[in-house]
Design a protein. Structure first.
Length: 210
């Protein structure tokens, strides 16, 4: 199942993020959210290792020094916290807790659904009538949601690419982008999409860690 984390649409207007941008420049906004994405992937424990800092810098086309400055400034502003050499974020911790709670609710719902299905099967055993089909639109909703997400990424990439790519070419690029960044929500994908479009046709940088 694809995962994403919540990105407030007006996050750039928070006092802490504004202070970060004043101290480190407008580029700090994209660097900050790139680090937040890594923190979600690392379960809010990102080792403060030089190779990780360099990898983040390489992926978003900036320098390790700028990444380090954003991290240190964010720590001073309370956006990040370092514990025993691992970087974390109070907001990421909250998001992961919410995700765990949702997983528990879904697991419980799944068990209740299994019990209900077993009950239905027992009641219908031996009867000559056809079983009633339990209709669900979950798959249809998932397909529709995926289509809507792809459309949003397509429009964002079209705005970044202009008209020099055909619709078919752009849809292929959207597919590649979502395969590489499956956890990236469209609300915080602007910087990544701009970088992606700029590198279409060029050799993509290799990942520096798993």
């Amino acid at each position: 199942m694809k995962e994403y984390f919540q990105h407030d649409y007006n996050a750039r207007n928070s006092f802490q993020v504004q202070a970060l941008m004043v101290e480190c420049g407008d580029a700090a906004y994209g660097i900050f959210w790139a680090i937040i994405e890594v923190l979600h992937e690392k379960r809010n424990k990102m080792p403060m290792k030089d190779y990780i800092i360099c990898a983040i810098a390489e992926q978003i086309k900036t320098t390790p020094e700028k990444v380090k400055k954003v991290i240190e400034t964010s720590k001073n502003l309370g956006l990040f916290k370092e514990t025993y050499g691992n970087l974390g974020s109070p907001r990421v911790k909250l998001n992961l807790t919410k995700r765990l709670d949702i997983s528990k609710v879904r697991a419980k719902s799944g068990k209740l659904g299994a019990i209900a299905q077993q009950k239905v099967a027992k009641e219908k055993k031996g009867k000559e009538s056809k079983e009633k089909e339990i209709n669900t639109d979950v798959d249809a909703q998932a397909v529709e949601t995926e289509k809507n997400n792809n459309d949003k990424f397509f429009r964002m990439m079209r705005n970044a690419a202009g008209e020099h790519l055909s619709d078919d070419e752009l849809r292929r690029e959207v597919g590649k982008f979502r395969n590489k960044y499956p956890n990236t929500h469209h609300n915080q994908a602007g910087a990544l999409i701009n970088t992606w479009v700029a590198n279409i046709g060029k050799e993509k940088p290799k990942k520096m860690w798993n």
